[in-house]
Design a protein. Structure first.
Length: 204
C-alpha cells in the first residue's frame, strides 16, 4: 500500500502521530494503528486514557527528578535508603537499570541529560544547581557518577567533578565493567551491579 494515499484522513492522522515517536517508521505506525482498529472499543479507550493521564498527571520527584505518581518518589520516601550517598544519572531509564540490579540502596539525582555541545545541551540545561544545593545542605558523604561511558558522559563527569570537588565528600565513578561507549540502560544487570559495587574514586 502506498503511504501517500490513505483511504481515510483519520487513519492518516493516527499513522502520522505514531510515526512521530522515535524509532517508529510509517509502516510500523500503520500496523499499530490497524491493530488498534481491530481491538475492542473499551481497550482502545483505556489505551487513549492512559496516554492522556500519563501526560497530565505524572510528577517529577521534587528531590531527585525521577518520574513518580506523587510529588516525592518511592525511592526518596523510603526511610531504609542510605541518604548520605547520591548516585548521579542521566535519565529515568538509568534509575530503572540500577534499581534492577538490587545492589544500590542510596539515593539518586537525575540530571535530565548530559553535556553535549553538538546537540546544544550545556550545563545550564541540566539539574546541576539542585545537586549542588543538596551537598551544601549537608549530610552527603559520597557522590557517584553513573553516567554513560561516552565522550559526552565523561565531559559531564569532569564538569561535575570540577564543580563539586571543593566540598568535603567522596566522589566516585562506576567501575569500568561497563564498556567504553556503553549506555547504562542497555548494560546487563550483573555487569551494572558489579560496576556500582566496585566503584572507584573519580580521577581526572
Amino acid at each position: 500500500m502506498s503511504f501517500t494515499e490513505f483511504p481515510s484522513r483519520l487513519l492518516e492522522d493516527a499513522v502520522n502521530e505514531f510515526a512521530s515517536l522515535p524509532g517508529v517508521g510509517r509502516k510500523t505506525a500503520f500496523r499499530l494503528v490497524m491493530n488498534l482498529l481491530r481491538r475492542d472499543p473499551e481497550e482502545v479507550k483505556r489505551f487513549g486514557e492512559s496516554i492522556i493521564r500519563l501526560h497530565g498527571e505524572i510528577h517529577y520527584c521534587k528531590i531527585c527528578n525521577n518520574i513518580s505518581d506523587t510529588e516525592i518518589c518511592s525511592i526518596c520516601s523510603d526511610t531504609k535508603r542510605d541518604k548520605t550517598v547520591i548516585c548521579v544519572v542521566e535519565n529515568i531509564q538509568d534509575v530503572m537499570a540500577l534499581e534492577n540490579t538490587r545492589q544500590f540502596r542510596g539515593m539518586y539525582h537525575v540530571l535530565g541529560g548530559i553535556i553535549s555541545p553538538i546537540n546544544g545541551i550545556g550545563p545550564s540545561d541540566l539539574k546541576i544547581e539542585s545537586l549542588e544545593e543538596k551537598i551544601k545542605a549537608g549530610g552527603i558523604n559520597e557522590i557517584i557518577f553513573a553516567l554513560s561511558t561516552t565522550m559526552e558522559g565523561d565531559t559531564t563527569n569532569y564538569y561535575l567533578y570540577r564543580k563539586l570537588s571543593k566540598y568535603d565528600i567522596a566522589i566516585s565513578t562506576l567501575a569500568r565493567g561497563v564498556a567504553i561507549g556503553d549506555e547504562l540502560e542497555y548494560t546487563d544487570e550483573i555487569t551494572l551491579g558489579r560496576a556500582i559495587n566496585n566503584r572507584n574514586p573519580y580521577q581526572q
